[in-house]
Design a protein around this ligand. Structure first.
Ligand SMILES: [Zn+2]
Length: 135
């Protein structure tokens, strides 16, 4: 079976969320270069991030599923400053302590590390922490 990359991720948490979504929809998939990026985040750009690989014939469907999940997330997030829904999670530059954290996390298989991801409003530029559940 031919696998092709349909998306790229700068960290393993985003990559695993996407992989989980596809698996729930019965699409075979795997992550390429996950270990490289997790052990040495500085190589993320060099290898092009973690690649989400899916069977060639399912690529269109997989993209559709991920896109619909993304737009659902967009609607549920509101900018506290201007009220816009034009919000997307962005990764902020990693700090040195987090490289260390990523290595420790990899070695101890502890995947519950804090991530440097915030919600970014594309209308006013405001950035705010991502809330897990709407209250
Ligand atoms: Zn805003």
């Amino acid at each position: 079976m031919d696998f092709i990359p349909i998306n790229f991720y700068g960290n393993y948490i985003d990559a695993h969320i996407a992989k989980g979504v596809l698996e729930e929809n019965d699409i075979d998939c795997w992550l390429k270069d996950e270990n490289t990026v997790t052990i040495d985040p500085i190589l993320t750009n060099a290898v092009g991030g973690i690649k989400l690989m899916v069977p060639k014939e399912k690529a269109g469907l997989a993209k559709q599923i991920l896109e619909s999940v993304r737009s659902e997330q967009k609607i549920t997030v509101t900018c506290p400053k201007c009220g816009s829904h034009n919000i997307e999670p962005v990764n902020t530059p990693r700090k040195a302590s987090n490289w260390f954290g990523a290595i420790v996390g990899f070695l101890t298989m502890n995947y519950a590390l804090p991530v440097d991801t915030v919600s970014h409003c594309f209308d006013c530029g405001h950035e705010f922490p991502i809330e897990d559940e709407p209250k």
